[in-house]
Design a binder for this molecule. Structure first.
Ligand code: SF4
Ligand code: SF4
Length: 134
């Protein structure tokens, strides 16, 4: 009886030994986030944005600071767009409020930083640089 149990146990061990690991060796290896991941930074597509301010109005925690100007063509455009990640609840209300789908989440889950100011992200500048993370 002991021998049977031992063989069964060893067979399970051997099977698990050759299985694909369930964990990765972070930070050398990183897993891609799922498309529905909420976190990191807001990514602003400034080419799409119509500077309506609905995202900032929808935010329950005043996380988004934006400023606009009206050009000679009478069109509003953004002059500043800051996302204060330290205050964000990741509720997604800003994305849902945007009528032109100009906002998305970055896939960056390594959001820790040493200084509080690092949590304030200039999404307009990041978008113009083509960054996807804050
Ligand atoms: S996810 Fe929620 S808390 Fe964060 S910026 Fe958007 S609306 Fe505000
Ligand atoms: S709701 Fe969308 S279009 Fe309006 S200011 Fe925010 S990001 Fe721009």
């Amino acid at each position: 009886m002991i021998g049977k149990g031992l063989v069964k146990g060893m067979s399970i061990t051997l099977r698990r030994f050759f299985d694909r690991p369930n964990t990765v060796e972070y930070p050398e290896h990183k897993i891609p986030m799922t498309p529905r991941f909420r976190g990191g930074s807001l990514v602003l597509d400034s080419g799409r944005c119509i500077a309506c301010g609905l995202c900032a109005m929808a935010c329950p925690n005043a996380v988004i600071d934006l400023a606009t100007e009206t050009g000679e063509d009478k069109k509003k455009r953004l002059t500043a767009y800051h996302f204060h990640a330290g205050l964000c609840l990741f509720c997604n209300l800003c994305l849902e409020a945007c009528p032109v789908q100009a906002l998305s989440w970055s896939q960056d889950y390594e959001a820790a930083c040493y200084r509080r100011e690092g949590l304030s992200i200039d999404c307009l500048a990041a978008g113009q640089r083509g960054d996807t993370v804050g």
